[in-house]
Structures are given as C-alpha cells and as structure tokens.
Design a protein. Structure first.
Lengths: 312, 312
C-alpha cells in the first residue's frame, strides 16, 4: 500500500512509519522538519521517502498525493502553549493545514485519511471515562480548537465528497523520541539542576497516557479492522497518572536522591490546560487491540528511555 | 450597551439589529454587503452605524471593536452549496473570519460574543429531537465544518482568555428579508413558470424551522437571561416540516391553481444536505422564551411575506 504520513519525521509519526514499513508499505513522509528529525527515519535508508515541505503550500501537498492510497495526517503544531502567545499558530498549522490535505486528496482522488485528533476536543468533560460519543465538545485550548476544527473538516469531506476517515483521539502519548511534554521537560530540568524540580500547577492534574509504539500499532490496527465511513476511536489506556506521580517516577528513574519537588500552584499547568482527562478506551479494546502498557507503566518506560536518550 | 453585529445588514442580522435598536443599544453593523442590503437597515437612519468591511481584514475588525461591550457574530457564507464548488469558501468566511473576530476582541479587551452556529454541527444525528449535549459531532457539509470549527475557536478563547460566549445552534431560519433558502427558491421558480415547481430531492427531507423575528428575539433574550461562561442553545421549534409540505404551502399561498410539483429524486437536496433535522428546543423554552410560530406556521408566514416582497 502507498501511504503518505504528514509529520512522519516527528515523535509519533516516525514510530508510525516504523510500523508501516514493517508491514511492507511504500511510505512517503511529508514533514516541515520543525520538530521532526532526520535520524528518526534514517534507519529505513531508501525505503522511506522524505518530502521536506510545508502543508500550507497546497501545490506541494498535491504533488505528494500522487498514487497514494491512505494518508495518515499527523502534522501539527507540537507546542500547545505557543498557541496562546501567537494565536493563529494552531489555526494555520492545524485547521488550515488539514484543509489543504483534504483538498489535495479531493483533487488527486485519494480516498482514505487517518487523523491524529486528541482528547482535548472533549474540553473539561463532565463524564469520565469519556466515550467517543461525548458531547458537547467545548475544547478550552487553541490546540484543541484546531483538532476539533480539523475533525469537522474531515467529516464534512466524508459527507460531501465520499472520503473514508479514521479519527484517533489521542490520550497523552509518551515514549522514545519524545521532543516535548511533561516527562521530557522534567528530565531537562533535572539535568540542569538535580537539587530541585519545579512543577507547573499543583501537580494534581491527572491524565490518561499511552506509550507511543502502542499508539502507532493501534492506528495501523484500526485502519485494518474498521471500515465505517467515519471511524472515531479514543486511543488510550484504562487508567490515569497524576503530574505529582510523574514527577516522583522521573526522579526515581534519574537515581537522584535529594530532589525537592516544588509546585507553582493552581489547578492548571497553563491557560488552556485541562486539569483531568480520562478516556474510555473500550471501543478500541473491543476491536481486539490491547496496549502493552497502562498509564503509569508508559510513564516509567518513557522516563527510562528518555533519560538514556537525553543523558544526565 | 455598545453592540457590534457582524453580518448585521443580512437576513437574520438586520432583524437582530431591529431588536437591539428597540432595546436602546448603540448598534454598529460590520458587513461586507455580499448578501446584506442597505435597505434592511435604512429605517434606522443615523441610529445604526454601518461599517462596510471584510472580516478577513484583521485591522478593520480591530478598528470596529473600539468601545464594544458585546459582539453578535453572524457573518458567514450564506450559500451552503457554494462551499462544495469552491471548497475554501466556508473555511475562510466561517472559521478564519471567526478567528479574526476573536483575535480582535482579545486585543481590544472585548469580553462577550454571541455566535450564530447551526443545527448542521450535529451532522446526521442518531438522536432526535437532538439536544445541545449530543455527540459525536460529525458535520457533513463544509458549512457545518466551519460552524463547528468556529464554535471550537470560541470555546477555546473562553477557556484560554476568559471570554464569555453564547453559541446559538439555529434551526432553519425563515422570514421576511430572506435572500436564499427553500421558500425563496420556490417563489422565484414559480414566478418564472407558474405551471411547474421543481423540487431538489424526493421532498421527504424534514427539518425544524424558526421564524426570523422569533430567532432574533431569542438571541437577545438569552444574552440577557443566561450567564455561564459558555451558553449553548438550540434555537428552534418543537416540530418539523417536510420539503413536500413547504412546496404545497408555497403553491397555496401563490394562489396558482395548476402547479405540477416535480421531484428530482434522492434523499438529499444536494451533497452535504442533512435529510432530517429535529432540534430539541427545551433548553431555550426553559429560560422562559416561547416562539410565536411553530415550523409550519413559520413557513406559511414567510411564504406570504416573501410573495409580497418578491412580487409574482
């Protein structure tokens, strides 16, 4: 199968590329290399083609669609907090980029898209664990708005132009090659000063985590096993982990003995942060997929791996 | 109160301006006059200020925000079907325009926005009557995607920058000054040829209708009576009316005796059309508001009025 992966040189994208290459697909990566890294793909040699380009350049996106059977659209602004400073970041790199992917697909006759949405579309959900059918959808971050805006564009392309789509609403995805996120940040802070660890908020924020290879395998699995016109799945685990517990696990894994964990206070890490998310993953599980790690195991596995990657 | 109404020279917007002017507000209209008409506002004389401008011009939007207490953001592409031919129409005139309104509000310190969303955000809902809490939200038209994308931007501005918002999910709104829509189309067809009326689809599409002055009054009422951070309401009536019934009512009101009503067939009027919508209006009704007309009464009232406006 000919597969195009936008954001395929990034954290989650490159793990997906590994899964697709293992399956024997012809994989093309489209990435602007803003947070993607060539060494996340280099082990594939010539077997994976990399197009360095910008999704806001519609002609470039159209050119990349030649002969493609399935698009995994994972590219997005990776820095959620940036969106509150430069407020059109997520609109452009999320919603408008998704429009360009869809429009290029329509023009080039490509019929299947799988999209990395997020649990942030649920906003501050009143129902937890939160199922895919939850409403109303009131995202509170600009990143979340771009994910819901992109989902809506995709379902409208399904309804209007006959596409088939998979919407994957990710829990917090963690693992090797991570280039941002709470574990990554904690390790960098401890590397700079092993006597203290500053945690944004009161540490009681509590979220579902999924290990990145589990996430990549789940995406491939679902595009093989489900075939509605719109296939929407939470990708996560049954449990949650608090930021407080993550800080403890990271400190344990560093081996540092006298770290003072300090909390800046408040119930959010930043404006637009959702204090608690807990996804209902039963729809995913019902398709025969089980992740290897739960939330806490994913955190510990990731802490070990990133400490090795980053070095202390 | 200083109120800015985007799209205020249009069909629904101009009726809203009438209500706000009656209340004694200082009203400024921002409209690109693509479907708005100066004579929908001229009876206000100098009491309503008109800024002719484009919401895609962020500086112009910022200039219009000076001293504003509340924004009613109603401007949008009025021609849903156009969106399937020029596929970035709704993205730009819907989602991106809403971003500019929000960004201008943020920069200028304006804190309240009321937005004309639509029942199309529900897509082909499995639950009818459809309540505001319905999920998942999979709109099937590009217009619907732009409405959900705009809602998401608004709730993200609430969550990130502390705005207060009203989201009004409109039923099909009909009434005087209508410039498009099924009744308008039928009258124009009958004016051209009183012997036959061609109806797109099989005529069994069935939707909730609300009369435009009821709609305008409901918007003003809700901004006065509700004050959550996000106030989301269906604006509609308890019943529905089929396209078949609308055709009959319009023919009756023309007085033409020998009209052959012909159906093109198929369960949709066009790609992206939702065959059946029925909103649950109980949340609106629970605030003490009751529309003057139900769906069928709204249709008949509108047919009479538009026949008079258009002339046969």
């Amino acid at each position: 199968m000919n597969v195009l992966v936008t954001g395929g040189a990034g954290f989650i994208g490159s793990h997906l590329v590994d899964c697709l290459a293992d399956r024997g697909d012809n994989v093309t990566v489209f990435d602007n290399m803003s947070s993607g890294r060539i060494d996340f793909l280099s082990h594939h040699g010539d077997k994976v083609r990399l197009i360095e380009g910008d999704l806001l350049d519609l002609d470039a996106v159209k050119n990349a669609m030649e002969g493609v059977d399935l698009v995994f659209h994972l590219a997005a602004n990776p820095d959620i907090r940036l969106g509150t400073r430069i407020t059109d970041t997520d609109l452009k790199q999320g919603t408008v980029a998704t429009y360009n992917v869809l429009e290029a697909m329509r023009v080039c006759g490509v019929e299947k898209i799988a999209f990395s949405s997020s649990s942030v579309v649920y906003g501050e959900a009143s129902e937890m664990p939160t199922p895919e059918s939850y409403g109303p959808l009131f995202p509170i971050s600009l990143y979340g708005a771009s994910k819901l805006g992109s989902e809506a564009l995709i379902t409208s392309w399904v309804g209007t132009f006959g596409l088939k789509a998979w919407l994957f609403r990710f829990a917090n995805i963690v693992g090797t090659r991570g280039t941002h996120g709470v574990i990554f940040d904690f390790i960098h802070k401890l590397k700079a000063d092993s006597s203290r660890l500053e945690v944004l908020g009161n540490g009681r924020q509590e979220k579902s985590y999924m290990e990145v290879i589990d996430c990549a395998r789940a995406m491939v699995h679902l595009t093989e096993k489900t075939s509605q016109s719109v296939n929407c799945f939470n990708l996560g685990t049954h449990d949650t982990c608090s930021v407080r517990r993550i800080a403890e696990i990271v400190v344990e894994e560093t081996g540092f003995k006298h770290v003072n964990i300090e909390y800046t206070g408040g119930d959010r890490g930043w404006a637009g942060d959702v204090p608690k998310t807990m996804l209902d993953p039963n729809k995913l599980y019902s398709t025969g997929f089980t992740p290897r790690y739960n939330s806490e195991e994913s955190i510990r596995h990731t802490a070990k791996a990133l400490i090795e990657e980053i070095g202390l």
